[in-house]
Design a binder for this molecule. Structure first.
Ligand SMILES: [Zn+2]
Ligand SMILES: [Zn+2]
Length: 397
């Protein structure tokens, strides 16, 4: 039976996976800067006898693990990047790069995927191919697209893709698998208002970028509350507003940045259009000029396909028992795993990081080492189950 082989393999391996996780935690690198992280992963994959391909879409890495006979292919994905956060606390493996931190648990995701790879590379009790996929720059939402633009689907043609994300507030080791939407579609924007600038005592002689920004802040509150069906989820948030340097000067520029989120492409397009319209109104009323730039096309929501979601639930039941399965509503946070899921059948799975865990992106967050072995064996079991269900059947002893 596969589950018992898996539990034998991973019994006692928690400490080894934790050591890998701590190594990665101590060396966090920001999106698009994951050089040291990539080298660390390459070294580990090579030690497993694999021949990983580096620099797939920036610092991304793909390693193929061929099974014992021909068949379909499945990809398992983990993210590599950290966040610009100053880590709190006094962990022995605390970040050695001040101002950078693995505050989203990607250190744990990488350790779990390396664990799954070590099992799959040694057992190979499946037909087809498993692609072990390390994706860079998730937090900046550019890594998944970069991999596709680098020919990911042609060079490593997989039929389905799976990813795990730890989830604070959920019991450690419990698993939530959504049917359909999991995480919102998203985009980021930067809005700049410009005018001549002038004396604070003579506002009639210049447009006022600060007034424009203030008006925009109020105006966008109406986009979600007054133009979208209240039963649909949508968010627009301004995260920064920078303008001015002195009390008696009207500055020549104000810059606002923010993000919008929704689940359907239609609603994302609506938010974008209304944001542009509100910006133009703000510019007109304050006698400024305005420009809006977006972070490319909208990023799709993460949407699980039904068969893949059910396969993961089956894998959880077999490995851990049905009591480990739980349900939660989707989140408005985003993940560029949605880019992969837009191209191939996929499931993005939440793995509980514990009731007491600090939230993702918080300075006191830490990935829970107690779930590493379970996460690694779940990833491995998902891949084996996927290939055994869909590929050429083989006899397993
Ligand atoms: Zn994150
Ligand atoms: Zn994350």
């Amino acid at each position: 039976m596969t589950p018992s082989r898996l539990s034998t393999f991973f019994a006692g391996r928690g400490a080894q996976l934790a050591a890998i996780r701590h190594d990665l935690h101590a060396r966090p690198e920001l999106s698009r800067e994951e050089t040291e992280t990539a080298n660390y992963i390459l070294q580990h994959l090579r030690a497993l006898g694999l021949d990983p391909v580096a620099c797939v879409g920036g610092h991304g890495i793909v390693a193929a693990i061929a099974g014992r006979s021909p068949g379909r292919a499945v990809a398992l994905r983990a993210e590599m990047d950290a966040l610009p956060i100053l880590e709190e606390g006094a962990l022995a493996y605390k970040s050695r790069h001040p101002g950078k931190m693995h505050a989203c648990g990607h250190d744990g995701h990488m350790a779990m995927l390396l664990g799954a790879a070590s099992y799959l590379a040694s057992a190979r009790e499946f037909p087809g191919t498993v692609y072990i996929l390390f994706q860079a720059a998730e937090e900046r939402f550019s890594g998944a697209r970069a991999m596709l633009e680098d020919g990911l689907l042609q060079r490593f043609p997989f039929d389905g893709i799976f990813g795990l994300h730890n989830w604070p507030g959920m019991k450690a080791g419990h698993v939530a698998v959504h049917n359909g939407p999991v995480m919102a579609g998203t985009n980021e924007f930067e809005i700049t208002f410009r005018a001549d600038g002038g004396h604070g005592a003579m506002p009639h002689l210049t447009g006022d970028p600060i007034v424009a920004g203030g008006y925009l802040l109020s105006a966008i509150q109406q986009i979600v509350s007054r133009s979208i069906n209240p039963l649909e989820a949508a968010v627009i948030t301004i995260g920064s507003f920078q303008a001015g340097a002195a009390p008696n000067i009207i500055p020549d520029k104000a810059v606002l940045t923010g993000t919008y989120r929704a689940f359907s492409p239609t609603l994302l397009a609506h938010l974008r259009k209304q944001l542009e319209a509100a910006t133009q109104h703000a510019a007109t009323i304050s006698r400024t000029t305005a420009s809006v730039t977006f972070d490319g096309p909208d990023f799709p929501a993460v949407v699980n396909s039904l068969a893949e979601a059910e396969l993961v639930r089956d894998a959880v039941r077999e490995l851990f028992g049905a009591e480990r399965l739980t349900t939660l509503p989707p989140a408005m946070a985003g993940d560029d795993f949605g880019v992969f899921a837009a191209h191939k059948p996929a499931a993005y799975v939440w793995l509980g990081n514990g009731d007491e865990s600090a939230g993702l992106h918080q300075p006191d967050y830490d990935f829970n080492d107690a779930i590493l072995a379970d996460g690694a064996s779940l990833l491995a079991h998902i891949a084996e189950t996927y290939l055994l269900n869909n590929g050429i059947q083989v006899e397993i002893q």
